[in-house]
Design a protein around this ligand. Structure first.
Ligand SMILES: [Zn+2]
Length: 89
């Protein structure tokens, strides 16, 4: 049965009981760990600074930081009952 090993492994669904409400089941979820508005502001400010040539280096840093804020993802466990979020280790 070694042929089925890979497909069988993918079918396994991890279920973890919620540590807070004990009733819910923790599901895999991906959240944005950073404030998206702050990321947008940083990107806009960075672009403005770059295009105007004022504080170009700082603008580049702000731009990169903003892009990092917008694209960063964090994998967590999310309870389907009480919406508790637990970081995945
Ligand atoms: Zn819960």
């Amino acid at each position: 049965m070694s042929d089925n090993e890979n497909s069988t492994a993918e079918l396994v669904v991890e279920t973890v009981p919620c540590p807070l409400c004990q009733a819910g089941v923790m599901r895999r979820a991906v959240i944005k760990p950073y404030n998206l508005n702050a990321g947008i502001v940083l990107v806009l400010f960075g672009l403005l600074a770059l295009f105007t040539g004022v504080l170009a280096v700082f603008g580049l840093i702000a731009l990169l930081t903003g892009i990092f804020f917008l694209t960063a993802r964090k994998e967590v466990w999310l309870c389907d009952k009480c919406r508790a979020i637990v970081e995945r280790v």
